[in-house]
Design a protein around this ligand. Structure first.
Ligand code: NAD
Length: 503
């Protein structure tokens, strides 16, 4: 299987080796207007994968203007026609699933067992929002005695979508599908470290028959291209997924043009395991939610809050399983953890292992580079106990295969630990006591809670965080609310009083 995947990868890479990764503006594949390129390297072996067009302000201006021109007709497409083209995109994503998964694995280091699902999830995102197009313009009817009020929604205009490197394909579809379904046009700025599958998506969109200019992709760095996108006057909203500090920059950058923003940011999510939980299922979920996707997952349960009465037995089993997680080439189907996105991130994650010791916590397993695997950006799955809320490792997002274990004795203490961080994205609660699970769900500061479950996405539900984890919600109708403007129209029954001035 590894050989088969490597062969598929070599085939998929041919076009990138030959032409590099280019921008797509107004339906055309273009080099950067400055002709500048940067090198995209793989976390698997450090080799240069391809050269990437290094976009700039001029390219963004061109893309935003193309998106504005295309908006004028795209917004008026009938819902049937728009649905048809989004369905075609979904179909082509599935058709190209193998190409997408091998490119995503080699570009990001994510294990193929997970990237294989990216195409399925990406296609589902397009179909789900395509099915909802017919209801998207619907508003409310709110009559009173003298007026009939009704509201309707229309697309906000061209939007900027800025995505990170951890799950670039899935997250791009998650943002772009509802934008297109709303009738918006898009300028997409993919993460500089994972540009490949964004190119495949742009190609698929064209093949599916999306008109030129409806979906533009400009590669390059956040501080230049990303910044220019957030400042462009033709871009009416920014949907951003990435770090909390970048979210703050974007808010400042978009202030002059009054950008509407939607932020999905960082997390330091708690998983509570109470003594009355189904401990076997809890153990599986704790491991899955921290070590899947290399731990580079915003919704990962990076803080394990364990009740003291079950602490020793649970940690013993956890340590054995974590030490047994298979680290390897992400193209190998048996691999559970691949290399982290790049050298700097590998060093960052390793620095937290060093910090853990300095802060007085204990590394139970991992915390270093696996033997003989220096070529790629690998880190052994790491488990740390003795963590307390005042430690930096108990507060900061590591965004790698790094789990911090806390001990608590009472429900109140557990809640206090959980809420001690600035983030509030997800929380996971394991308990068979219905009342307790609901109390904790009520009191924990987070945008999403799963009880007796790992994170299982259901597309109609609201997705998003509180505190420093984000602003706004995605999913179901929430996505349409972001990408559309609501207009209220009041019609009088000609019965109300009109004040008569100057009479
Ligand atoms: P990042 O913030 O460094 O980069 C994300 C994107 O923003 C990239 O495309 C980057 O080029 C761009 N960018 C950087 N500076 C910019 C600027 N000044 N203006 C405009 N754009 C700019 O994030 P990352 O390191 O790529 O991703 C990891 C982070 O993403 C983690 O914090 C993780 O928790 C978060 N994340 C959150 C969610 C969620 O749903 N809440 C999902 C996935 C990832």
């Amino acid at each position: 299987m590894l050989e088969k995947n490597k062969k598929a990868l070599n085939k998929a890479l041919r076009i990138f080796k030959k032409d590099g990764a280019k921008n797509t503006i107004n339906g055309k594949l273009l080099a950067s207007s400055s002709r500048k390129q940067y090198e995209n390297t793989s976390p698997v072996d450090g080799k240069v994968i391809c050269k990437v067009a290094e976009g700039n302000e001029k390219d963004i201006d061109k893309a935003a203007k193309a998106a504005m021109a295309a908006f004028k007709s795209w917004k008026d497409w009938t819902h049937q026609d728009r649905k048809k083209v989004l369905y075609k995109i979904a179909e082509l994503i599935e058709k190209n699933a193998e190409e997408i998964s091998v490119l995503e694995s080699y570009d990001t280091g994510q294990a193929i067992r997970f990237t294989k699902k990216a195409a399925i999830r990406g296609a589902a995102n397009f179909r789900y929002f395509a099915d909802k197009i017919i209801d998207a313009p619907n508003g409310l009817s709110t009559p009173d005695k003298h007026h009939i009020n009704f509201s309707s929604r229309s697309p906000i205009g061209p939007v900027g979508i800025i995505t990170p490197w951890n799950a670039p394909f899935m997250l791009s579809t998650w943002k772009i599908a509802p934008a297109l379904a709303s009738g918006c046009t898009v300028v997409h700025k993919p993460a500089e470290d994972s540009p490949l599958t964004a190119c495949v998506l742009a190609r698929i969109a064209k093949e599916a028959g999306l008109p030129n200019g409806v979906w533009n992709t400009v590669h390059g760095f956040g501080e230049t291209v990303g910044k220019a996108l957030t400042q462009h006057d033709d871009i009416k909203a920014i949907a951003f997924v990435g770090e909390t500090t970048t979210g703050s920059h974007i808010m400042r950058q978009g202030a002059d043009t009054l950008k509407r923003v939607h932020f999905e940011l960082g997390g330091k999510n708690p998983v509570f395991v109470f003594e009355d939980a189904d401990l076997e299922r809890a153990l599986d979920a704790v491991i899955f939610m921290k070590y899947s996707l290399n731990g580079e997952r915003c919704t990962s349960s990076s803080r394990l809050l364990l009740q003291d009465t079950i602490y020793n037995g649970f940690v013993k089993k956890l340590k054995k399983r974590v030490a047994n997680i298979k680290v390897g080439n992400p193209l190998d189907p048996s691999t559970e953890i691949g290399p982290l996105i790049h050298r700097a991130h590998q060093e960052k994650v390793l620095s937290y292992a060093k910090l853990a010791k300095e802060e007085g916590a204990k590394i139970l397993t991992g915390g270093k580079i696996p033997k003989g695997m220096d070529e790629g950006c690998y880190v052994l799955p790491t488990l740390v106990e003795g963590v307390r809320p005042e430690m930096r490792i108990g507060q900061e997002e590591v965004f790698g295969p790094f789990l911090s274990v806390f001990k608590f004795s009472t429900e109140a203490e557990a809640i206090e630990i959980a809420n001690s961080v600035r983030y509030g994205l997800t929380a996971y609660i394991w308990s068979k006591d219905v009342g307790k699970a609901h109390r904790v769900a009520r009191d924990v500061e987070s945008g999403m809670v799963w009880i007796n479950s790992q994170n299982v996405r259901h597309l109609p539900t609201p997705f998003g965080g509180v505190k420093y984890s984000g602003i706004g919600r995605d999913g179901g109708d929430y996505s349409f609310d972001f990408y559309m403007e609501t207009k209220n129209i009041a019609v009088a029954y000609d019965t109300h009083n009109i004040p008569k001035l100057g009479k």
